[in-house]
Write a protein that binds this ligand. Structure first.
Ligand SMILES: *Cc1c(COP(=O)(O)O)cnc(C)c1O
Length: 472
């Protein structure tokens, strides 16, 4: 491809991008293809002769787009959002064009220094204590793994790093029954073991019961285990329950345990003064993460990870082979030593573009709206006798189910599962589910970048109509 061809295709592509986003509601939200349908349409062998970009775009339209689930559709109410926004997309274009690999300060000083500054901006925006230092990670899963590894090295005096997992005794990690699966994945792969993850029971509101945490730690210590890390969640994935940081933090401090806080989606709500209560007890935190790539309009991937003791983090992860030695070491942040991968994308530019384009107030207004949509939706659901709310509506997630009279619990579960599939197969909205106290629960998240209350109302009408028309 020549530079002139690139220019022509790039201009056309920008129109394609704007058209896609303007017309996104015309696509079925959840892709309707069957397993293997895309795979079969891609040639079995790579081409031997060069092909044109126009040919590629034709295939993108015809083969790829039907196999896309449209996360940027305002009718996407599933999981947690993976929001993008126009300023974020523009920054991603610059990042791809520059194509820098930002492992060291020297490999692009601007990337390292902008990242350092963006972490300071985020820290101020969400109200973290000043002494935290931040770094961008690819995902919350990686950041939680990093946090647990650092906690492991702190408690074992770097024994596992140096001598292997057998030399450390049996470590224990604690999280609530509602914590994200990434905690379990992290203990599986860091040598602590799934068996040594203690899932602490939750209270009625699905937040961790700190009394039960205290009991578990006491009993583990009595049995010769080494409590290493507690992972508290601000905004669980099922219901956005908020674990009580202060009560948990007091227990951690007393027992010399690392407190890691996973606020992957809900961390964005901390930009609102009225949600700062979720950080009560922040003085006990050792590390904290949230995902601007979920609710803060910064396209995937971008996880903000903060740590009180960056020195221990660096000591855990640093490597210094000859080919990575630089003259600036010690004066600057070489972020390759702040996490697991060596290579790093220039993600800070997306944050810079998003934060500057929205401004703090712009971010606050949008997030506040999304939260209001959830509480208004809850009111609508409460009005209907054949629906019920299954968890407190704390932020932007509403958990509910259909309960027509005259059915057993198992039948109600089957009906709601069927309802979920009918709605998603319609292509008009996309919802996902969870199970709460053995009840199949529909989850509707009102946090997509461009969602309006009209979208929410229309979705609710569709849900009611579809439920009531089901053959029971
Ligand atoms: C989504 C989510 C994660 C995982 O996020 P990734 O960035 O995809 O790894 C972790 N914790 C919570 C609470 C989440 O909601």
């Amino acid at each position: 491809m020549t530079s002139d061809e690139f220019r022509k295709h790039a201009h056309e592509l920008v129109d394609w991008m704007a058209n896609y986003l303007e017309n996104i509601e015309k696509y079925p939200v959840k892709s309707q293809v069957k397993p293997g349908e895309i795979f079969r349409q891609i040639p079995d062998h790579p081409p031997s002769d060069p092909e044109s970009f126009n040919g590629l775009m034709k295939d993108v339209e015809e083969i790829i787009m039907p196999g896309i689930t449209h996360w940027q559709s305002p009718n996407f109410f599933a999981y947690f959002p993976a929001n993008s926004s126009l300023p974020s997309i523009l920054a991603e274009m610059i990042i791809a064009t520059i194509g820098a690999q930002c492992m060291n300060w020297e490999t692009s000083p601007a990337a390292a220094e902008l990242e350092e500054k963006m972490m300071i901006w985020l820290k101020e925006l969400i109200g973290l204590p000043d002494y935290f230092e931040g770094v961008i990670q690819d995902t919350a899963s990686t950041a939680t793994l990093a946090a647990i590894i650092v906690a492991r090295e702190r408690i074992t005096g770097f024994n596992v790093n140096n001598n292997g997992a057998n030399s450390a005794g049996i470590l224990k990690v604690y999280c609530s029954e509602q914590a994200h699966s990434s905690v379990e994945k992290a203990v599986k792969i860091c040598g602590i073991g799934k068996k040594n993850l203690v899932k602490v029971p939750v209270k009625k509101d699905f937040s961790m019961d700190p009394e039960k945490l205290g009991e578990a730690i006491k009993s583990d210590k009595k049995n010769g285990f080494i409590p290493c890390c507690v992972v508290a969640t601000i905004g669980t994935t099922g219901t956005t329950a908020v674990d009580p940081l202060k009560a948990i933090g007091v227990i951690c401090r007393k027992n010399d345990i690392w407190l890691h806080v996973d606020a992957a989606m809900a961390g964005t709500a901390l930009i609102l003064p009225e949600f700062q209560w979720m950080l009560d007890g922040r003085e006990y935190m050792d590390s904290f993460l949230f995902n601007p790539h979920k609710w803060m309009f910064t396209n995937f991937d971008c996880t903000a990870f903060f740590i009180k003791d960056a020195e221990t983090l660096i000591k855990t992860f640093e490597v210094l082979p000859e080919y990575l030695k630089t003259r600036t070491r010690g004066q600057v942040n070489d972020y390759r030593d702040w996490g697991i991968p060596l290579g790093r994308r220039f993600r800070a530019l997306k944050l810079w573009s998003v934060i500057r384009s929205f401004g703090k107030e712009g971010l606050q207004n949008k997030i506040r709206q999304h939260i209001q949509f959830a509480s208004r939706l809850k009111e609508l659901i409460l009005k209907e006798a054949d629906f019920e709310i299954l968890a407190p509506v704390v932020i932007n997630v509403v958990c509910f189910r259909y309960i027509p009279s005259g059915h057993s619990g198992a039948e109600i579960n089957a009906l709601n599962e069927k309802l979920n599939h009918l709605l998603n197969d319609s292509g008009r909205i996309y919802l996902s589910h969870t199970v709460l106290n053995d009840k199949y629960t529909l989850r509707m998240v009102t946090g997509q970048t461009n969602v309006t209350f009209e979208h929410v109302e229309k979705a609710w009408e569709l849900i009611k109509r579809t439920a009531r028309n089901m053959k029971n």
